[in-house]
Design a protein around this ligand. Structure first.
Ligand SMILES: [Mn+2]
Length: 197
């Protein structure tokens, strides 16, 4: 292990108060409370399948709707990932995962390039799963990818049940990220011909 890759971030606005701690070299333990049950379920899956330790407390204006809580959690998670990564020495940088969940098949591919970008093509047939608006899935990944300064592509290869689709997206993102942040002993410094990412 080159360095501790743990970051804590808190962010407070009139709409949300969020505290997060992530350990990129964890074991998949999580303590998550966002007030949105299905979103908690997704973030627990993200931590478990990416082997990240994740502590997250969100107090948001759920009396309005879930929008601010989910979008701001994306900002804070992305910020924490970027901070925990530090100078990115020795990491693989790229990661991808094609993940099946029953009838659903999804692809996530990412580059911790320092240049934010999101391509996201899943289309959901239902407006909500539990208390979470399905259109917030894209908003979450937009916020997280931009705050983490990563290039993220999410492609739904075979759509199906919306719960399966969203869960498969979070898990494939987790596994792609786990791969991208992992060390490769052959990498000396930062994996770029430019010398930094
Ligand atoms: Mn589930």
């Amino acid at each position: 292990m080159v360095q501790d890759r743990i970051a804590s971030v808190s962010r407070s606005t009139r709409e949300t108060q969020i505290e997060i701690t992530i350990n990129l070299d964890g074991s998949g333990q999580s303590e998550i409370s966002t007030g949105i049950g299905f979103f908690d379920h997704m973030l627990e899956g993200f931590a478990r399948h990416g082997f990240f330790d994740l502590k997250l407390q969100v107090r948001g204006d759920l009396e309005v709707d879930c929008h601010h809580s989910i979008e701001d959690t994306g900002i804070v998670l992305g910020t924490a990932i970027r901070q925990a990564l530090g100078d990115k020495r020795g990491i693989r940088r790229y990661g991808s995962c094609i993940l099946p969940m029953d009838e659903v098949l999804v692809l996530s591919a990412l580059d911790l390039s320092g240049r934010p970008y999101l391509q996201f093509d899943p289309v959901f047939s239902a407006p909500m799963v539990g208390q979470m608006d399905t259109e917030m899935v894209r908003e979450f990944f937009y916020a997280a990818s931009y705050a983490a300064m990563m290039n993220l592509h999410v492609k739904m290869l075979t759509p199906g049940n919306c719960h399966h689709m969203i869960e498969a997206i979070f898990k494939s993102f987790a596994k792609a990220l786990d791969q991208a942040v992992s060390y490769d002993s052959r990498i000396d410094g930062v994996l770029s011909t430019k010398g930094r990412i």
